[in-house]
Design a protein around this ligand. Sequence first.
Ligand code: AMP
Length: 284
Amino acid sequence: MKVIEKTAEISACSRELHLRGEAIGLVPTMGFLHDGHLSLIRESKRITGKTAVSIFVNPAQFGPKEDYHRYPRDIEGDAKKCRETEVDLLFLPSVEDIYPEGHRTYVDVEGLNDKLCGRSRPKHFRGVATIVTKLFNIIMPDKAFFGQKDYQQAMIIKRLATDLNFGVDIIVMPTIREADGLAMSSRNSYLNSNERVAARILYRSLMLAEDMIRSGEVTSGEVRAKMEGLIAGEGSSKIEYISISDPGNLEDIETIAGDVLVAIAVWIGKTRLIDNIIIKGDKR
Ligand code: AMP
């Protein structure tokens, strides 16, 4: 595994691989790797010739009061996991290399960036879209891998790859969960043991929504109210949003008919967690 810190160096390396006819898969991450990340790496290994993983805690996607400085970091542990999964290129750029003095250009995917998580994190998706655009330009991958765990993010990236003619295949992989249903996330490391138990409420509320919708409930207000009741019963939790929307455009749905995205953001103590499921219309 080559470990590369400089953008110019990984671009040169990628060009050379392309000249040799290799296809490159990119897995962008913020590190503190868990099985969710590893599932993306494994899929990239399965369907592309060479796999690049980037680890970069992107300051542009954190708000001023968010957890940029305390975001968990473990470069050595991550490098070990990457070596074990036979990653070819590990890219660890510095903030100065990605955002040098004078950087002023940002990418905004309008109409998708202001819904769900965008309501409380107004510049978050601008930061995400900008770093992904830069990584695509730096590494020039053929395919890039993202998790459904961050459904809105994956949608925004699909949109920008199309709109900016990147010609990069965007592949979205299912959410990997702990045994009790909690979606794996680097931020789960913030939870103390009581909060870890409380955090099960996210997946349980999604399962409640799925049961109701599969049993024929079509009024999203009813589903939301039941979810709210369940989550409110969990002392240390606070709902940021429960969204029942069209998975194609994230517009709210009042009466459920076809496919539906149920997405939530819930605070457990001081930790903000998100999760979602898609319930297919044709399987009801
Ligand atoms: P992050 O390091 O949290 O920015 O995540 C990097 C990539 O891994 C993103 O595409 C995430 O959607 C994906 N990811 C994070 N958690 C999971 C999970 N539990 N299952 C599948 N993919 C995930």
